[in-house]
Design a protein around this ligand. Structure first.
Ligand code: BYC
Ligand code: FE
Ligand code: FE
Length: 482
């Protein structure tokens, strides 16, 4: 196997970072471990902790055959520390240190900035598990329940990934940050998670699928930018996390696609052609398409906030110092320093939205957000094929980036989904046509009835095209009785 590809499963903590020989870090992680298990049992999935779940576990870190599938009780999942193989001779790909050997130790002058990035990244992982903890009870099938738990255990592992870096490279402060990552709580007024969207509720399965489609994709973009890092351990960690991340977005994309499919099939069977005939469509026990659009609007806007301010000195510093690159930095063909370059940024000016060129370094959050929007739009286009295939006249669209924002240039204005600036009165009057109303939420909540028979799916979602690991349709993905 290539360097770093073998995983040691002998000790308490599976790893490919030589923990057996690294006594200090092994002790720090073993000391942290009980607190993690305690957090998992109290803040992780509610119920089902004794159930046998058909989960994938990493057995290697290469690009193929890296995972195996088996029945595991979630608290026994082998969370571990897994880094992608080291690339010999790797250099810092961008910023002021471009071309110097990649750092194997923390560069002292950037220690605080690096620690902050690790803590923010680490904080989102347990936050998402907390947000999703009540969903097992209302799973629309055993297949979906298993996918939820798969995402949850892997987000737990992503927390391990950041905790390892903090404990290995940041000594005492790192150990303190690792403890604090177990203390903050999603939505807690006194000690909330760090970023806005991670304190929102994920009360139902439509929210879960939208979250994994939109918000896990922010994870993909941020991890891709950090995978370029000149701090090599971070780069290697993020590269392996991205392998796992693909499944999370698959869960979201296919989840929403299956909902669309079920709704379209239901409408056809009932002879309803008008997607806005909401009352009749809801009577079929499926989710009407305008409500899906409103949910997409909401989750897109919440996720855009995660890119921070369009114009940011933090982002410029993180790039200049070689800590956080751009999406696919290694495929871009400019000078990778951006000292004289500019980038267009959208901002509201005197009641209209204009494009202004600003120094490219300060616009890096905006740029990553643009890359995110393009990646998201491709996913939405895949959803829209289902309308064409079933002959229902509808399309999901992404709202304007100014819509319903709380962070950045647009936080101060209200707009409609086309980006037209609205007065507060107009916004109040029209908002329930653009984001879910409490009545929409109540309707969705009314559909959340569990389906636990093998191979069965609840009324509002179509079965998947394929089982996990090629298992048959009636496979018992979760053995609830354990
Ligand atoms: N909420 O200069 P700015 C994932 C703060 S998702 C609250 O624009 P910067 C996952 C900001 O912290 C990926 N506060 O900031 C997905 C700063 O505060 P301080 C997570 C916010 O640093 C699903 C101040 O405003 N990873 O993995 O350029 C499931 C000034 O802002 C927010 C990362 O985000 C907000 N939304 O940009 C599971 C990567 N936005 O320091 C997991 C690491 C900004 O002045 N993080 N603020 O007190 C970063 O790269 C950057 O910190 C950010 C913010 C892009 C998040
Ligand atoms: Fe993650
Ligand atoms: Fe994820």
């Amino acid at each position: 196997m290539p360097d770093g590809a073998a995983i040691d499963y002998d000790g308490l903590i599976p790893n490919n970072v030589g923990l057996a020989e690294d006594l200090t870090v092994r002790r720090a992680l073993e000391t942290w471990h009980p607190g993690y298990i305690d957090w998992w049992k109290t803040m992780g999935p509610e119920g089902f902790q004794a159930s046998q779940v058909f989960l994938r576990t990493a057995v290697g870190v290469g690009s193929d055959n890296w995972a195996k599938f088996d029945f595991v009780r979630m608290p026994d999942y082998r969370w571990g520390v897994l880094l992608a193989p080291k690339v010999e001779g790797r250099v810092i790909p961008f910023g002021a240190h471009k071309g110097e050997p990649a750092w194997q130790e923390v560069p002292g002058e950037y220690r605080a900035m690096l620690r902050r990035l690790l803590v923010i990244q680490g904080d989102t992982e347990p936050a998402s598990v907390e947000q999703q903890r009540h969903l097992g009870a209302t799973a629309p099938s055993l297949y979906d329940m298993r996918n939820l738990f798969q995402v949850n255990v892997e987000e737990g592992r992503h927390l391990w990934a950041m905790v390892y870096l903090l404990q290995k490279y940041f000594g005492r402060d790192g150990r303190e940050e690792a403890q604090d990552l177990l203390k903050r709580r999603s939505g807690d007024p006194d000690s909330p998670r760090m970023l806005g969207a991670f304190n929102e509720r994920t009360p139902d399965w439509l929210s879960f699928f939208m979250f994994t489609f939109f918000t896990d994709r922010d994870g993909k973009m941020q991890l891709a930018a950090l995978a370029q890092s000149g701090f090599d351990p971070l780069s290697r960690t993020c590269r392996f996390m991205l392998t796992e991340e693909a499944h999370h977005m698959f869960v979201g994309e296919s989840g929403v696609q299956r909902i669309i499919q079920r709704t379209c099939e239901g409408m056809k069977a009932a002879g309803i052609a008008d997607p806005y005939d909401v009352a009749r469509i809801r009577e079929l026990g499926v989710i009407d398409l305008p409500t899906l659009q409103k949910k997409a609007n909401l989750h897109f806007a919440l996720t855009l906030d995660l890119f921070g301010n369009e114009i940011s000195t933090n982002a410029a510093n993180a790039f200049n110092s070689g800590l956080k690159g751009r999406y696919q930095e290694d495929r871009l063909t400019d000078d990778h320093r951006l000292t004289g370059a500019t980038y267009p940024v959208l901002r509201p000016r005197d009641g209209v939205i204009v494009n202004e060129d600003v120094p490219a370094l300060s616009a890096l959050n905006m740029r990553l957000r643009d890359d995110y929007v393009a990646d998201t739009a491709a996913g939405v286009a895949r959803w829209n094929r289902t309308f064409a295939q079933t002959g229902i006249d509808f399309r999901i669209t992404l709202p304007h980036v100014a819509f319903h924002r709380r962070i950045g240039e647009f936080a101060a204005v209200h707009t409609d989904t086309d980006g037209l600036i609205l007065s507060s009165e107009d916004w109040q009057r029209r908002k329930e046509t653009m984001i879910p109303s409490s009545e929409d939420d109540a309707f969705i909540a009314s559909l959340m009835r569990p389906e636990r028979r093998r191979g069965a799916f609840t009324s509002w979602i179509a079965p998947p095209r394929q089982g996990i690991d090629n298992r048959p349709g009636d496979f018992e993905y979760v053995k609830i009785e354990g």
